[in-house]
Design a protein around this ligand. Structure first.
Ligand SMILES: NC(=O)c1ccc[n+]([C@@H]2O[C@H](COP(=O)([O-])OP(=O)(O)OC[C@H]3O[C@@H](n4cnc5c(N)ncnc54)[C@H](OP(=O)(O)O)[C@@H]3O)[C@@H](O)[C@H]2O)c1
Length: 294
């Protein structure tokens, strides 16, 4: 990537938590930053904060809900109307729920927001990603380390377990990302996974007893202590891998990799690289709606 050229970086869920801290870090490099979220007032305040703190006036806000196919498509349409090119797409918005919930499309909500949305949004934005020449896609994962995907449990068929269902959806995201990297390689678009590490954010502070399975319930007081409001300090630290992934030239031409919170490359779980696993994940995605092939 040419550091002399002003690039456009889209950060989904860039209105709060790690996404906001990522957007702040990226805006400091002078790139144009577009943040997305559902809440307009919060988004507008975050946009202003990025402008004020970085001195970069080129920050835009686009509102959209990634929990449904209709919402993803509407967000993509708005982004395509406003942006001729997207150099970096950071699929950062994520979902952690304590109770089982299905999306409007009848897809378990963790799979819908954490797996289906980044796949579909990336495809819907292909015209702008292609226009950038050598665009990057970064998918933000979770869980402690790459873990196995159970293809018979993609939508918590074996029982909803809050935090564990969230973690499993992130393993599915890693596998989907490898399929996406393969699909977009001929277009010169790279796809990598970044792991931010734990941070006190709206997501982690929303954890309740019912979101913790079995004996993990005993851990709630420790979680509360660990994830106590810290004014964005831990989120700023956690944003380092995304900022690096979006801006470092070290990632030029690199695709299909996983980078941890210290930006070191880590091995993916073998299931992430298994074409049969990937095919099962894509089948669930396609069952909600056929992928747009723009
Ligand atoms: N926090 C951690 O410890 C941790 C650890 C590992 C990985 N991660 C991952 O890091 C990413 C960011 O997490 P976070 O902790 O920073 O979360 P967060 O503080 O809850 O922020 C989430 C962001 O996404 C937006 N968002 C949430 N649901 C959305 C939806 N359905 N459609 C569109 N936008 C939506 C939110 O804005 P609105 O509410 O206005 O929509 C907000 O901007 C996630 O992918 C998460 O899984 C977090």
């Amino acid at each position: 990537m040419n550091s002399q050229t002003k690039r456009t970086v889209v950060v989904t869920g860039g209105t709060g938590g790690i996404g906001l801290q990522s957007a702040l870090g990226i805006a400091r490099t002078g790139d144009r930053v577009v943040i997305t979220g559902r809440d307009r007032a919060r988004g507008a305040a975050s946009r202003q904060r990025i402008i004020d703190e970085t001195g970069n006036p080129d920050v835009a806000l686009v509102i959209g809900d990634l929990s449904s196919v209709a919402g993803i498509d509407a967000l993509a349409r708005t982004l395509l109307e406003q942006l001729e090119r997207i150099d970096v797409l950071v699929n950062n918005a994520g979902y952690l729920g304590s109770e089982r919930q299905d999306s409007d499309d009848g897809v378990e909500m963790h799979f819908a927001v954490n797996v289906l949305a980044p796949w579909r949004l990336t495809h819907a934005l292909l015209p702008a990603l292609r226009a950038a020449g050598s665009a990057r896609v970064l998918n933000v994962t979770g869980g402690d380390k790459p873990a196995a995907v159970d293809v018979d449990n993609l939508q918590a068929e074996k029982g909803f377990k809050g935090l564990m269902t969230y973690t499993h959806s992130k393993s599915a995201l890693e596998s989907m990302s490898m399929a996406l990297a393969g699909a977009l390689e001929p277009e010169g678009i790279t796809v990598n996974v970044v792991f931010p590490g734990r941070a006190s954010t709206a997501m982690t502070r929303s954890l309740t007893l019912s979101g913790l399975p079995g004996m993990m319930k005993l851990m709630l007081p420790f979680f509360r202590l660990f994830f106590a409001e810290d004014g964005g300090k831990s989120a700023a630290k956690a944003a380092a891998s995304t900022i690096w992934g979006a801006t470092s030239r070290d990632l030029d031409g690199v695709t299909g990799r996983y980078f941890d919170t210290s930006t070191a490359e880590r091995q993916l779980h073998p299931t992430a690289l298994d074409p049969q696993v990937q095919a099962k994940i894509l089948a669930v995605i396609e069952s909600a709606a056929p992928t747009p092939r723009g």
